[in-house]
Design a protein around this ligand. Structure first.
Ligand SMILES: [Ca+2]
Ligand SMILES: [Ca+2]
Ligand SMILES: [Ca+2]
Length: 193
C-alpha cells in the first residue's frame, strides 16, 4: 500500500513538472528546416548550421545568407511547437530586421525588430544574444526573418532559438486540477481511519 502511494505521488509530481513553464530551463530548440523566398546568396542552411562568424565579419561573406532589397524572407521550422523564450541572431549591424512567429506557417505575428541602431560593433556582422532580444514568450513552430530597412545590403548568418514545451491547454489544466482533487480527496479519506 505504501509503495502504491509513493508511485502515485511520483507520477503526479511528474505531471505537475511537465505542466510548469520555467523560463530558466529553456533549452535549445531543434530547427529542422530553413528556407528562403526571393533572391539571395548562399544556402539558407547557413542560418542553422551552428556556425557564428566573428563579429565584424563582412556582410557579403560565404558564412552568411545575404541579399539586396526588402522582399526576401527566410522561414525556419522547429521540430514541434514550443514556447519560444529566447533567440540568438547574428545580422549585419546597420539594418532593421523583423522577426515574426507562427503556429501554422500561414498566419504570422510580429515578435521583435532588431534595429540598425542597436548592437555593439561599428561595422559588419553583429551577434545579438538572448539578453539583447527581449519579447514575451510565445507558442510557435515557425519563425521568419526579413530586412525592413537599412542600406540595402542585408545579411543573416545564424539564428538559434530556445524554449520549453508548451504550457497545457486550458482543458488539460482542468483535468490536472480534477486529478489533484481526487488525490487529496483520497488522502483525506484515508487519514480518517
Ligand atoms: Ca551559421
Ligand atoms: Ca553583438
Ligand atoms: Ca547593411
Amino acid at each position: 500500500m505504501r509503495y502504491r502511494w509513493a508511485a502515485r505521488t511520483l507520477a503526479l509530481a511528474g505531471v505537475l513538472s511537465l505542466g510548469m513553464s520555467d523560463e530558466s530551463i529553456a533549452a535549445p530548440i531543434n530547427i529542422i528546416t530553413a528556407t528562403g523566398d526571393g533572391g539571395y546568396y548562399n544556402s539558407p542552411g547557413r542560418l542553422i548550421d551552428g556556425e557564428i562568424p566573428d563579429e565584424g565579419t563582412w556582410w557579403a561573406s560565404s558564412t552568411n545568407v545575404y541579399w539586396n532589397g526588402t522582399a526576401p524572407f527566410f522561414t525556419l521550422e522547429f521540430d514541434s511547437v514550443y514556447t519560444l523564450v529566447d533567440l540568438l541572431v547574428q545580422v549585419d549591424n546597420n539594418d532593421d530586421y523583423l522577426i515574426q512567429y507562427s503556429l501554422n506557417g500561414a498566419d504570422w505575428v510580429g515578435l521583435y525588430t532588431i534595429p540598425g541602431s542597436a548592437g555593439n560593433i561599428n561595422g559588419g556582422m553583429d551577434t545579438f544574444i538572448p539578453s539583447e532580444i527581449n519579447f514575451s514568450p510565445v507558442n510557435a513552430r515557425y519563425i521568419r526573418l526579413s530586412a525592413l530597412d537599412g542600406d540595402n545590403m542585408y545579411a543573416i548568418s545564424e539564428v538559434q532559438a530556445f524554449g520549453t514545451s508548451p504550457v497545457p491547454e486550458p482543458a488539460s489544466v482542468v483535468l490536472l486540477g480534477s486529478g489533484l482533487f481526487a488525490l487529496f480527496g483520497y488522502r483525506a479519506k484515508k487519514e480518517t481511519y
